[in-house]
Design a protein around this ligand. Structure first.
Ligand SMILES: *[C@@H]1O[C@H](CO)[C@@H](O)[C@H](O)[C@H]1NC(C)=O
Ligand SMILES: *[C@@H]1O[C@H](CO)[C@@H](O)[C@H](O)[C@H]1NC(C)=O
Ligand SMILES: *[C@@H]1O[C@H](CO)[C@@H](O)[C@H](O)[C@H]1NC(C)=O
Ligand SMILES: *[C@@H]1O[C@H](CO)[C@@H](O)[C@H](O)[C@H]1NC(C)=O
Ligand SMILES: *[C@@H]1O[C@H](CO)[C@@H](O)[C@H](O)[C@H]1NC(C)=O
Ligand SMILES: *[C@@H]1O[C@H](CO)[C@@H](O)[C@H](O)[C@H]1NC(C)=O
Length: 432
């Protein structure tokens, strides 16, 4: 048996060399014969060390070595040849032999510099996964090395002083990751955040993630959501929350966001937005009302086609929300009411520029009109399509009996007439 074992190991070594040299040649028959050997494999493996130590009877140039050293010599620091050994191992007849080859191969690959390359590790891991018969502990070990090397690569942008540094390798890496399950990304991000949140400030980490480029919208959504769930972000640090919301808005502003990102991820992202803003994405219908007066809702005036602040009446105040993209891709909203014969809340263009001036040019009209809804402390501000004007109301001087008109003000008046120009958004989806 020992002689035969030695002989077979030699064959394996020689044939592997041959196979490697003729990598593309289908003629692996000698190797297959060896791997198909009917030798009791356990015996074979048990004796590898002994054989290597004891026997020097064969007068060949190649001396017997352990399976590991045979494979190591074959691979000799070449990741490519490692992959070939892996393919050949799949031909081994017994599971024990296969396992021994995988283990030995992994030992050798870890000695190579390529072990720092997450691309290579991902490929190797996926090849092992395809084989399906690799011991779970080995799979786990390879996976963990893959995850930690990947996290190391992704950490680069988090440690740079500039926010606009470019990392072409990251672009390629994210691209490669799109071909795999999101589980990889989740595990890599966990390792990444463990490391960067230890070394950098939470705010800086959130900001750097906001400047990440090259990742897909889904990857960025997952990355931001996962970061938002970290213990480190649970504190009430306003700057950190604002930075996170800014990251999320950047995603919402991508014209392909709705199309590219799966429904459940989108819903999770919306839950991270401030209440008013969230409703614009999640509610079927919304009502717009005065922040401080819960009986002042906007909808058509009693007598004219102007818009007024009126008494609470959800049926009349409920508006469907339509989303679009305006300048710089910023998300815009249009509000139309089925109760008011599908008319929209419309700002008629004007050249009004005098400071503190108001204009009664907010109508209920058939034509669509787009608004920017910007979160401000306490609620939201509604800017017209030009962003030069705000929707404001509540100053009785501009009312006319029952007609409590809303009006437009210059955008700059937000700071001096804040209480007139900040609105609250309510969920009015339930309204029939
Ligand atoms: C492996 O051995 C079996 C029987 O021992 C034989 O039928 C089969 O053809 C062999 N396979 C290869 C690839 O040599
Ligand atoms: C291993 O590779 C090194 C450098 O690439 C080479 O010098 C050496 O001869 C190789 N060893 C074997 C056994 O092929
Ligand atoms: C980084 O992000 C900030 C905030 O979103 C943005 O103002 C800045 O332009 C970004 N820089 C680059 C280079 O993308
Ligand atoms: C605004 O001014 C421009 C030129 O100054 C004029 O052509 C335009 O008709 C004006 N628009 C309105 C709504 O008054
Ligand atoms: C909104 O503004 C953009 C650019 O400022 C313009 O192209 C577009 O026609 C405007 N839309 C409406 C409905 O006025
Ligand atoms: C809300 O109501 C208060 C008091 O009635 C008023 O001063 C304020 O201008 C109103 N704001 C809006 C946006 O209607």
């Amino acid at each position: 048996i020992r002689a035969m074992t030695t002989y077979c190991l030699l064959c394996l070594a020689l044939v592997l060399t041959g196979a490697v040299e003729a990598a593309s040649s289908p003629d692996n028959s000698k190797l297959l014969t060896v791997l198909n050997s009917s030798l009791p494999t356990v015996e074979l493996l048990l004796h590898i060390g002994v054989v290597a130590a004891e026997s020097a009877p064969l007068s060949t140039t190649v001396s017997p070595r352990s399976l590991e050293s045979i494979i190591r010599a074959e691979v000799n620091g070449s990741w490519e040849r490692g992959r070939l050994v892996l393919q050949l191992a799949s031909q081994a007849r017994t599971l024990e032999l296969k396992h021994a080859i995988y283990e030995a191969l992994w030992q050798e690959l870890q000695q190579t510099k390529q072990i720092y390359d997450p691309f290579k590790l991902m490929d190797f891991y996926e090849e092992l996964a395809r084989l399906g018969n690799v011991p779970a502990t080995l799979m786990m070990e390879v996976y963990q090395v893959f995850v930690s090397r990947s996290a190391q690569l992704l950490s680069a942008p988090f440690h740079t002083p500039t926010r606009n540094a470019r990392f072409p390798l990251l672009v390629a890496f994210f691209q490669r990751l799109t071909l795999s399950t999101l589980d990889y990304l989740r595990d890599i991000l966990n390792a990444l955040y463990d490391a960067v949140l230890t070394l950098e400030s939470t705010l800086s980490v959130v900001q750097r993630l906001g400047n990440f480029s090259g990742a897909s919208l889904t990857q960025l959504t997952v990355a931001n959501l996962q970061l938002s769930q970290r213990e480190e972000l649970k504190s009430d640090n306003a700057a950190v929350q604002a930075a996170l919301e800014s990251n999320l808005r950047q995603l919402l502003e991508q014209p392909n966001f709705q199309q590219d990102v799966e429904h459940s991820w989108r819903q999770q992202l919306y839950t991270k937005l401030p209440n008013d803003e969230r409703l614009l994405y999640t509610a079927q219908k919304v009502c717009l009302r005065n922040v401080t007066n819960d009986n002042a809702y906007i909808y058509e005036c009693p007598q004219t086609y102007l818009i007024c602040t009126n008494a609470r009446d959800p049926k009349k105040a409920a508006y469907y929300v339509q989303r679009g993209h305006g300048r710089n891709n910023n998300v815009q909203f249009a509000f139309y009411s089925s109760y008011w014969r599908n008319r929209y809340i419309l700002h008629e263009p004007s050249n009004q520029t005098a400071p503190n001036a108001i204009k009664k040019n907010i109508y209920s009209r058939d034509a669509i009109d787009w608004w920017y809804v910007v979160p401000v402390a306490g609620g939201v501000a509604l800017y017209d399509n030009s962003s030069l004007y705000l929707l404001c109301g509540g100053d009785t001087q501009h009312w006319d009996g029952e007609e409590k008109h809303v009006y437009s003000r210059n955008a700059a008046d937000l700071y001096t007439h804040r209480n007139e120009c900040v609105w609250s958004i309510e969920d009015c989806s339930d309204v029939a």
